[in-house]
Design a protein around this ligand. Structure first.
Ligand code: FES
Ligand SMILES: [Fe+2]
Length: 391
């Protein structure tokens, strides 16, 4: 793989006017997925939950990310903590699902941990020579918080969280996201590579066609201006689109920071590796795409509205209308990305040319490839472009 990576993506990294999509291998090679797990998912900051989902001491949620079990909890002092969800005896997950607990008891042989990850009890271990219960703690993971979003990283020595979130904070910090509340969560397992869904969320080319009966109807133009960052992040600062309701008109109270904006104000961002972010005057939606296998993934969505909407009588009609629309739009997207996955193995499949509307998609692919194979995969292309601009 590595000996050909410099040329494999050559056409993908040309200027978008000359470029073609990525080879199917990027979406169906188990070796690529393994590299992504090691180089991306075990190194990056990953959004796992909102702070409001763990309001009280003892509240916890568990995850399996990149084959790593994680437990996220609020400790007695009210701080959010993250641990490897792995018993120090043989490694069984000490908690599953979510809930509230004063301590965690491993279901296999009963070792007991407090919310600080300290091993508090281990029966029949007195004769185990050199075993020091007090020295046993669950491995702790770094936690970062921004706007009510909790991020965790599996890296021992990660990029500082402030550095990671800087661009996003500059773009979206003014929204005071910590004041918003969850009205809806969605969770879907899809038969496709995780990157296809991340790409789909920055692909505005399809919106007027695939979603012609819903959001496509309300979008004035899909020919948008992209702000592409070297860290792979993609922003569309402002575009004109209706909100996700039957008519495209606002159905809920505006987010306070957007009071002065047009009712059709929209904004979007991609926070690498796997978080897609959309702003409308009345809600913010956040989607994460997680690999379950090279051709399987889980997509989770979290939709936030103002506290007034979520705590008041408007909640039920607003959220239920939104859900009908969202199910329709996502259902349309899911069918496309699963079809794309299928074709990556087809004998006649040749990646086709890109439209200039696919700059965001191209940027994400380029960043992903650079993370796997180093910047030389793209640099080799730049040199080649000068030598032969039509390749
Ligand atoms: S694996 Fe947890 S107590 Fe044995
Ligand atoms: Fe879509």
């Amino acid at each position: 793989m590595s000996d050909t990576s410099d040329t494999m993506f050559r056409k993908t990294f040309l200027d978008v006017k000359q470029a073609s999509h990525a080879p199917g291998l990027l979406y169906n090679d188990p070796e690529v997925l393994q590299q992504e797990i090691e180089q991306i998912f075990k190194r990056d900051w990953l959004y796992l939950a909102r702070a409001e989902e763990l309001p009280n001491p003892g509240d916890y949620k568990t995850f399996r990310i990149a084959n790593e079990p994680i437990i996220l909890c609020r400790d007695e002092a009210g701080a959010i903590r993250a641990y490897a969800n792995m018993c120090l005896h043989r490694g069984v997950e000490i908690a599953t699902g979510e809930g509230n607990a004063t301590e965690f008891t491993c279901p296999y042989h009963g070792w007991l941990y407090n919310l600080d990850g300290q091993l508090m009890g281990a029966s029949y271990m007195r004769d185990s020579e050199g075993f020091d219960r007090k020295a046993c703690r669950l491995p702790e993971l770094h936690v970062g918080q921004w706007g009510g979003f909790i991020f965790v990283t599996l890296a021992k020595d990660p990029v500082p969280f402030a550095t990671f979130i800087k661009d996003f904070d500059e773009k979206f910090g003014y929204l005071n996201l910590e004041t918003l509340k969850i009205g809806l969560r969605v969770d879907s397992e899809l038969q496709c590579n995780w990157k296809l869904m991340v790409e789909n969320f920055v692909d505005f080319y399809h919106v007027g066609v695939l979603h012609k009966d819903s959001i496509g109807r309300f979008m004035k133009s899909v020919d948008l201006t992209y702000d592409l960052r070297p860290n792979g992040q993609v922003f569309v600062d402002e575009y004109d689109a209706g909100t996700l309701s039957k008519t495209g008109d606002l159905t809920a109270k505006r987010i306070a920071a957007l009071e002065g904006k047009s009712p059709r104000f929209s904004s979007a961002g991609l926070l690498t590796p796997n978080l897609n972010f959309f702003v409308r005057p009345d809600y913010v939606s956040v989607y994460t795409s997680w690999p379950l296998g090279v051709d399987r993934m889980r997509m989770t969505g979290t939709i936030l509205w103002s506290a007034e909407t979520i705590d008041g009588p408007a909640r039920e009609p607003v959220v239920s209308e939104f859900k009908v629309m969202l199910d329709k739009v996502l259902g349309e997207d899911f069918a496309m990305v699963e079809s794309l996955q299928n074709v990556t193995r087809a004998s006649r499949f040749v990646p086709g040319r890109m439209s200039r509307l696919e700059k965001g998609v191209q940027h994400f692919i380029k960043h992903s490839v650079e993370r796997l194979y180093g910047p030389q995969a793209a640099e080799a292309e730049s040199a080649d472009r000068v030598a032969d601009p039509v390749k």
